[in-house]
Every structure is written in structure tokens, then in C-alpha cells.
Design a protein around this ligand. Sequence first.
Ligand SMILES: NC(=O)c1ccc[n+]([C@@H]2O[C@H](COP(=O)([O-])OP(=O)(O)OC[C@H]3O[C@@H](n4cnc5c(N)ncnc54)[C@H](OP(=O)(O)O)[C@@H]3O)[C@@H](O)[C@H]2O)c1
Length: 298
Amino acid sequence: MENFASNSFKKKKFVIFGGGFSGQFIANEIRKLGCEALTSSRKIQKDSRSFVFDSRTNALPPEHIFDGTTHILSCIPPEKSGEDPVLSQLHKKLKRLDLEWVGYLSTTGVYGNTFGKWVTENDPVKPLQDRSKRRLRCERSWLESNLPIQIFRLPGIYGPGRSTFDSILKKNIKVIDKPNQVFSRIHVEDIANAILYLLLKINNKNFKQIINIADNCPTSQIEVIKHSYKLLGLKMPEPMNFDEAKELLSPIALSFWEENRRVSNTLLCQDLGYKLIHENYKSGLKSCLEIIKQKNLI
Ligand SMILES: NC(=O)c1ccc[n+]([C@@H]2O[C@H](COP(=O)([O-])OP(=O)(O)OC[C@H]3O[C@@H](n4cnc5c(N)ncnc54)[C@H](OP(=O)(O)O)[C@@H]3O)[C@@H](O)[C@H]2O)c1
């Protein structure tokens, strides 16, 4: 990615709302290109590149954060009310800035249940869960915001520090067998890399406003867990069948099992030419394990 960065791109300033798992990772990748990237948190952080923003307490960023900002990315989920936390507090402010680009991390939950079928950006949205209905409302608010918005629909995000290895090592894993159920996934490195690829390589002619970022290989959860145990050299516990597991799952965990879909990346990877770093979970997990080993966590 470094090779793509032109000198003019290095002058860009990104303000990222929601410096959580993806937000921090993306900020670090942006910094590697020589750009400035600030991230928000709800609490004061030691890092001088962090600022406080909390929509629930109306803690707004200090004015100087926005000086020279060219790019905004929001990685914050919807409010319980369905409002978008950034737009509800800062829409007017953002409109006054001279922004080149605004990105929003959304979810593929807006597609609802496709009963295992592939789903593309051209398919109708049919959110099933309340949280996905709220998400769609936020997407629509961004689309109507009159800002130069681009929306990324993401399936389950994993990466270093957030993978099946971490759940296994924290003894926080349930091995559930539900035949014919698949989940789509994306490694956080591909979220960052795909966004930067689109920013650096795509011009106004083939700009797309809504893009899925998913890997090539929707897979059952048990297959991923089995592979993780194998890589760790540990024995996988006996799987529970889904009916048994239902009793043990929280309502939110259960709700994820109510949807079965394969998220297509054809627009991103074929039409727009992005090459995935991790085409499937095997590649992504291998990379997560290398980091765990480097950090002597096992
Ligand atoms: N995790 C997944 O598998 C997944 C899949 C698809 C889509 N998504 C969506 O993609 C986005 C990024 O996901 P992620 O897993 O990287 O997120 P994450 O680690 O949970 O981080 C969320 C960030 O939002 C901030 N935040 C939450 N509520 C806020 C509020 N009311 N006001 C201000 N800041 C608030 C958090 O602040 P603090 O840093 O103070 O906690 C945190 O920085 C989210 O919108 C998420 O819902 C996630």
C-alpha cells in the first residue's frame, strides 16, 4: 500500500470517530502512509492523537481537532434510539468543513437473512434484528447528509487480539454445530487496506457509495474453530448441537445464529480490482497466530 501513496495524499488529515478495534487499526495504517490520523474515545487517553467524544454525555471534540481535516471516518455503532452518534451531534460542524471524503463502517446485518444465499450491494435490504434496523437508519442519515459519504458494509470482523484463538485462550468459546449455517468474515487488515485502496486508486468515474468488504469464503463457525484448535495443537471440546446451545447463549449471541448469508465481494474485488490480503479464514488465522507467538502469548 505504501507504494500507492503520493506526496499529496501524505498531507491528508483523518479524524476517526470510534477508535475501537477497527478504528485504531485503520488509524495506524493511515499513519504508515505519512498522514495524520486522530481517533476518538469516550474516555481521556494518554495518546495525544486521541480526543474525547461521547454522544451520550454530549462530550464534543475540541474545535482544533477539525483544523485541516480532509477525511472523516465513523466506526461508531448506532444509538439505542437509531440515531447516528456522529451526525446527531456534529452534522452542522462537519458540513462547514472542506471535506474530501467521509467513510462510515456499517454492517451486512442490513441484508437480513438470505437463508445461505449470496447477497450483493444491489440486493434489497431486509434487516431482521432491531440493531440492523437502527443501522439502516444511520446509513440513510449518512446518505442524506450532503457529505461526500462512502459506506462499507462489514460482516464479522476479526484480527490480532480478536480471533477464535483469543476466545480459546481465554476459555471463552462455545463450540456449536448448526448444519448448513455459514458466517461471512473480514480480517481488519483488509478493512483498512481496502478503504485505502479505494481512496488512492478509485476516481470519480467508478466511485461506489456502498461497498461490501468481506473475504471470499463464508464458512461455518465450527470449521473455523476446528482449524484454530488444530493450529494451537489442542483438542477441540465435543460440539454442542444448536438446540442444546440455545439455552446457553445470550439473546444477542443467539440473534447472530438467526441469520445465514454469504456476503459477496464481487464489487470490491472484481469490479474495483481490490486484492484481498486474507482471502479466507485460514490465511487470516495464520497471521493472527504469528502475532500471538511473537507476543509470547502462548
Ligand atoms: N465487531 C464486528 O464483528 C462488526 C461487524 C460488522 C460491523 N461492525 C461495526 O463496525 C464498526 C466498528 O466495529 P469495531 O468492532 O471495530 O468497533 P468497537 O471496537 O466496538 O469500537 C466502537 C467504537 O465506538 C465508540 N463508541 C461507542 N458508542 C459511542 C458513543 N455513544 N459515543 C462516542 N463513541 C462511541 C467506542 O468508544 P470507546 O473507545 O470509548 O469504547 C469505540 O471506540 C462499529 O460500528 C460496529 O458496530 C462490527
